[in-house]
Write a protein that binds this ligand. Structure first.
Ligand code: FES
Length: 779
């Protein structure tokens, strides 16, 4: 399997004559699919994630003889490579993937082309020293200042087309607005935008494309001119250093710290950053509009509930990001996903494929704007080289979406064939044709619509905003003081799928409360909850009892499952106290359906106060034990838990004292036998009076972050631009877990078991803190 040197000019197959283990009948260790893989073929150009499905499933790391690269397609392997930038050097990130012809080299030489190190392709320790010098412009506060300008630019472009009824959004605004924003941000004068766009295309083809020998010369001309142009702009800016913008910051650093921010670095950054700062956002925005408009129901949800826009933009970045692959080179022989990559092995990480890895994202091919871990996507990269401009890109995408959903909710995607600039790493349609009926424009009826903007905070989307619109379908009494409520989609669509143990966060007025789903798992049209009126509660349940009526709209988050049923055990003990029966019902149904051995213990004050007794007697009569206090029946936990069993799992929900008794009573059971669901977060909420500040060192991003006494670790990480998923933010769900490398942890969550806590190797960043002054985190 000798690589086609005339095509790629890139070396020799590493297996050739190396005596590597055979994988194919002819003795070649490169599988036929790996041998056939070519990222310039149509399938990869159209949809890189789909083109590598076979690889994710069967051969997650393979050598591509046609490319001369090791291709990595699974989420965890890609993240591990991003994490370790000493073993996996970024130095080839901007190398020409198709080596230049002699003619092209001669052209570049004529222009004195000398693109060298920039932020994306330099090694440590130079990289972090420079990155730290250049971070100030990216704090949320600094970025916030750009929002009005982005808004104005988008609005002007939209004004220009709003009465037209048809447009190619790429040509009209998707590249020009991000380019203008990028130039503003950098402080570069806006001149000849069309020319800059052509230069950017040439740079992309030169670095990540496979131009033909004739195209190579043309591309080299464009790149050479771009290099000269960047140099001229830089000199002009240096001549009047009083200007504002990120390039001026760099010029300033160059003046004061010329050994850190060198002259060549300034020039290389100038050219690279003009491209990086706009092309990625332009393509990501075009992808997002394409994906959302091709799903009219999702688009309608966004129009009805614009709070979903940040989550939708993030999910589009995951599902169809603009950066689909990135490169590293191995500095030593190393194993990735069970495959040995030799020292000097070039690696193509297909981030678009990692973003569709079912091991990390549930139903990865679905565009689900309610997804709770979309922020984990790899489109911005990860670790110390993660995209610095990610929050500026997010801001632009959100403003585009917000303006369009408000002003043109009736926008439609036209039937069209999409084309892409042929290259390995950047993806987005070259044109995006949409149409609408201007007569229906809402601002024709109400001019206030034009300016009724909604702003979003800078940074990763807030979980709190990811809410679905629902409507109350039915309210009935399930027991004394317990209402059973059925919820349905306001448009009659199917409700989202859920699994036993799932709950929803109900948002009613100012209240957000968690309620387990207690209906039938396969009911396509209703989500059902049961609400106990708690007189001593915070008022949410009383409000629901007094005000909830059929037909009433309300919002909820979820369904989500932090109380998942592990179906692998042989035997189950289900324990419910009072209203804690709600998540247990679907578990019992499921276990019955699976034919598992289970027993169901249900304790309450009296039969009249215990919800669902009849239904349980009907469906689970044989296994059900009721304990009614008014009849002197007691659930004897000591007896129930006396005999630990290897093959038995316990699932329990109910009052805190029942759960505490279960935790105390199962010490002699195997670790992980007991699963409980807490609905209150005592002790997890921050009390600044009694906290101390500490700092965290982040090993992957090489940052040190201060956590003040009045901030959670999660808040401090986000303010530093580090994206960590979260959900409950009360220590109940486990989504914000972070690995701890060093330091003593003050655990405040209800998720980790005693043994997990004792391990001192992970914490819930939304509530837990450092016992001492410092923690080291693998982030
Ligand atoms: Fe749920 Fe932290 S976000 S435990």
């Amino acid at each position: 399997t000798r690589r086609n040197e005339t095509d790629t000019g890139a070396g020799v197959c590493p297996f050739h004559g190396a005596g590597a283990p055979s994988m194919a009948p002819n003795g070649c260790p490169v599988s036929p699919r790996a041998a056939a893989f070519d990222p310039f073929d149509r399938p990869y150009q159209l949809d890189p994630a789909e083109a590598l499905r076979w690889s994710r499933e069967q051969e997650p790391v393979f050598y591509s003889p046609r490319l001369g690269y090791w291709v990595v397609s699974r989420y965890d392997d890609i993240k591990a490579i991003f994490r370790d930038n000493l073993t996996f050097s970024p130095s080839i990130a901007l190398e020409k993937i198709t080596p230049a012809s002699d003619e092209a080299l001669a052209v570049l030489e004529r222009y004195d082309y000398g693109m060298n190190r920039t932020l994306v392709n330099e090694d440590e320790p130079a990289h972090m020293a420079r990155r730290r010098e250049l971070l100030d412009a990216f704090t949320p506060e600094a970025l916030e200042a750009h929002a009005p300008m982005v808004r104005r630019l988008v609005r002007e472009k939209l004004d220009a087309i709003i009465d037209r009824g048809r447009a190619d959004l790429v040509a009209e605004m998707f590249w020009e607005v991000p380019l203008t924003v990028a130039l503003h941000f950098l402080g570069v004068p806006e001149e000849d935008m069309e020319q800059l766009r052509r230069f950017s295309v040439a740079h992309t083809l030169n670095t990540w494309g496979r131009p033909s020998p004739e195209q190579q010369v043309e591309v080299a001309e464009g790149v050479g001119k771009f290099w000269q142009y960047s140099g001229e702009v830089l000199r002009k800016m240096q001549a009047r250093p009083e200007g504002h913008g990120w390039m001026y910051d760099m010029i300033e650093k160059n003046r004061h710290k010329p050994d850190i921010v060198t002259d060549n670095y300034l020039h290389s950054m100038m050219m690279a950053i003009i491209v990086a700062a706009h092309e990625t956002t332009a393509l990501a925005t075009a992808n997002a509009f394409r994906q959302l408009l091709s799903r009219p129901a999702v688009w309608a949800d966004l129009c009805d509930n614009p709070a979903l826009i940040p989550a939708a933009a993030e999910e589009c970045l995951r599902h169809s990001g603009s950066v689909v692959a990135w490169r590293r080179i191995a500095t030593r022989e190393v194993e990735v996903g069970g495959v040995t990559i030799p020292e000097g092995g070039r690696i193509l990480m297909v981030t678009a494929s990692g973003n569709h890895d079912p091991a990390h994202f549930e139903n990865p091919d679905e565009l689900d704007i309610y997804r709770d871990n979309a922020v984990d996507h790899l489109t911005f990269g990860y670790g110390s080289h993660q995209c610095m401009g990610k929050n500026l890109g997010r801001m632009e995408m959100r403003i585009f979406l917000e303006e369009f959903t408000r002003r043109l909710p009736h926008l439609e995607l036209e039937e069209q064939e999409f084309t892409f600039l042929p290259n390995t790493s950047f993806r987005g349609p070259e044109a995006l044709w949409v149409r609408w009926d201007p007569v229906q424009n809402p601002e024709r009826r109400d001019p206030a619509v034009r300016s009724a903007q909604r702003d979003f905070p800078v940074g990763a989307p807030s979980r709190q905003d990811i809410a679905r619109e629902m409507v109350v379908a039915k309210v009935q009494t399930a027991a004394k003081g317990v209402l059973q409520i059925a919820l349905e989609d306001p448009h009659g669509r199917r409700v989202p799928a859920w699994s036993p143990g799932s709950h929803v966060d109900l948002i009613v007025g100012d209240y957000v409360r968690k309620y387990s789903l207690c209906g039938e798992v396969d009911d396509p049209y209703w989500l059902q909850i049961a609400v106990l009126r708690e007189e001593a509660g915070r008022g949410g349940s009383a409000w629901i009892h007094e005000h909830l009526k059929p037909g009433m709209p309300l919002r909820l988050r979820g369904p989500k499952n932090h109380f998942r049923l592990d179906e692998s055990a042989g035997r189950y003990v289900l324990i419910a106290g009072g209203i804690g029966i709600t998540p247990i019902i679907a578990m019992a149904d499921r276990l019955k359906r699976l034919g598992k051995s289970y027993e169901l213990h249900y304790a309450g004050r009296s039969r009249a106060s215990m919800a669902f007794v009849e239904r349980l007697e009907r469906d689970h009569g044989e296994t059900l034990r009721l304990y009614r206090k008014d009849r002197g029946e007691r659930l004897d936990l000591a007896a129930l838990l006396a005999e630990p069993s290897e093959n038995t799992l316990l699932y329990a929900c109910g009052p805190e004292r029942l759960l505490a008794a279960l935790e105390a009573g199962t010490h002699h059971w195997p670790e992980g036998s007991l699963h409980v669901e807490h609905f209150t977060a005592e002790g997890a909420l921050l009390d600044p009076e009694h906290e101390h500040a500490f700092e965290v060192e982040l090993t992957d991003s090489e940052l040190v972050v201060e956590v003040a006494a009045d901030r959670t670790l999660l808040q401090a990480l986000r303010a530093a631009g580090v994206d960590v998923p979260s959900d409950c933010e009360e220590g109940l769900c486990g989504s914000c877990q972070v690995e701890v490398v060093e330091g003593e942890i003050d655990h405040r969550d209800k998720v980790l078991t005693a043994a997990e806590r004792a391990g001192q190797d992970r914490l819930m960043s939304c509530c837990s803190r450092a016992k001492g002054k410092r923690l080291k985190l693998a982030l």
